[in-house]
Design a protein around this ligand. Structure first.
Ligand SMILES: C[S@@+](CC[C@H](N)C(=O)[O-])C[C@H]1O[C@@H](n2cnc3c(N)ncnc32)[C@H](O)[C@@H]1O
Length: 265
C-alpha cells in the first residue's frame, strides 16, 4: 500500500514538473505538489524570501476583503492573499505567459483566483475598487510610473495599498519644504532629497528597468499620489492607506469609474 502511494506521488510530481516546464521560464518560485517552479532563481527562494520580511504588515485574516494584484506574474502574491481568505482575488498582468503560469499554479493548488490580461494603464476598465491593492515590483518597469500610480489611486484602490519598488541611492530622508527658491541648487546634492534615476539603456540586463527612485523619492511620490504611508516593513516595501487627494485637483478614493481630471475641476 505504502509503495503504491509513493508511486502515485511520484507520478503526480512528474506530471506537475512536466506542466511547469511546458509553461516556460518562471520568475516566481512556487511549491506545487512538492515541485518548485523556479528553484534556480538568482534571488533565492523568490519572492518568498521577500514576502517573509513584510507578510506581518498585512492583515493575516483577509476574509471579506477583495484584492487586486497588479503585475501578478506567476501568482505568488495572489495565492498568499487567497490563503488569507481574501475574496475575490484578481491578478492582472500584461504578459500572457505569466498569466498562464499563475492560472496553472492557482488551479493546481485548488485556489479560486481569477487572472486577467490587463495593463496597469487600463485599470479604469475594471470599473471596480479593491480593499487591498498590491503594486509590487512593477513601478520601475513602467515608462510612465507616476501616471500608473495616479490611475491606481483614482480607479481601483479603496483602502490598503502595498507598494514595492527597486530602490537605489541613499536611504536617508530629507524633510520636504513647501517651496524651494530658484537659486537653491544645493538641495539637489543632498542624499535624502527625493530622486529618481532614469535608465536610458539597461539595468541588470533588463531594458524595462526605466526608473529607479531613492527611498525619499518613493515616499514623496506615494504621498503625492494620495497614499499615506502606514508602515515600511522592508527596505523596498511600503504599506499605505489610500486617502482622498486634495489641493491638486485630482481624484478622490471614493470614486469608481472613469472620469477625466477636467471633469473634476
Ligand atoms: C518584476 S515582476 C514583479 C512580479 C510580482 N508582482 C512580484 O513582486 O514578484 C514585474 C511584473 O509586472 C508586469 N508588468 C510590467 N508592466 C506592466 C504593465 N504595464 N501592466 C501590467 N503588468 C505589467 C510584468 O509582466 C511582470 O510580471
Amino acid at each position: 500500500m505504502n509503495a503504491q502511494v509513493a508511486e502515485i506521488t511520484t507520478d503526480r510530481e512528474a506530471q506537475v514538473a512536466e506542466q511547469i516546464r511546458a509553461l516556460g521560464e518562471w520568475f516566481h518560485n512556487i511549491n506545487i505538489a512538492g515541485v518548485h517552479t523556479a528553484p534556480e532563481h538568482f534571488l533565492g527562494d523568490f519572492p518568498r524570501v521577500k514576502w517573509e520580511r513584510f507578510k506581518d504588515a498585512i492583515p493575516a485574516d483577509l476574509r471579506g476583503r477583495s484584492v487586486l494584484d497588479i503585475g501578478c506574474n506567476g501568482g505568488f502574491y495572489s495565492i498568499e492573499m487567497k490563503r488569507r481568505g481574501a475574496d475575490p482575488v484578481l491578478g492582472i498582468d500584461f504578459d500572457e505567459r505569466y498569466l498562464a503560469q499563475a492560472q496553472f499554479a492557482a488551479d493546481a493548488l485548488g485556489l479560486d483566483i481569477e487572472f486577467r490580461k490587463l495593463s496597469v494603464y487600463d485599470v479604469h476598465k475594471l470599473r471596480e475598487q479593491f480593499d487591498v491593492v498590491l503594486f509590487l515590483g512593477v513601478f520601475y518597469h513602467l515608462r510612465h510610473p507616476l501616471l500608473a500610480l495616479d490611475l491606481v489611486h483614482e480607479h481601483v484602490s479603496r483602502d490598503l495599498f502595498v507598494f514595492q519598488s527597486l530602490q537605489r541611492g541613499s536611504d536617508e530622508l530629507e524633510p520636504v519644504a513647501d517651496d524651494y527658491g530658484f537659486w537653491d541648487t544645493e538641495i539637489f546634492e543632498r542624499p535624502g532629497f527625493p530622486k529618481m534615476f532614469f535608465i536610458e539603456k539597461r539595468y541588470a540586463g533588463d531594458s524595462t528597468n526605466w526608473w529607479i527612485p531613492n527611498r525619499a523619492g518613493v515616499e514623496a511620490m506615494l504621498r503625492s499620489a494620495g497614499f499615506e504611508i502606514l508602515e515600511h516593513p522592508e527596505d523596498e516595501v511600503f504599506v499605505c492607506r489610500c486617502r482622498p487627494l486634495n489641493g491638486h485637483g485630482q481624484s478622490t478614493c471614493s470614486f469608481a469609474g472613469t472620469i477625466t481630471n477636467d471633469e473634476q475641476l
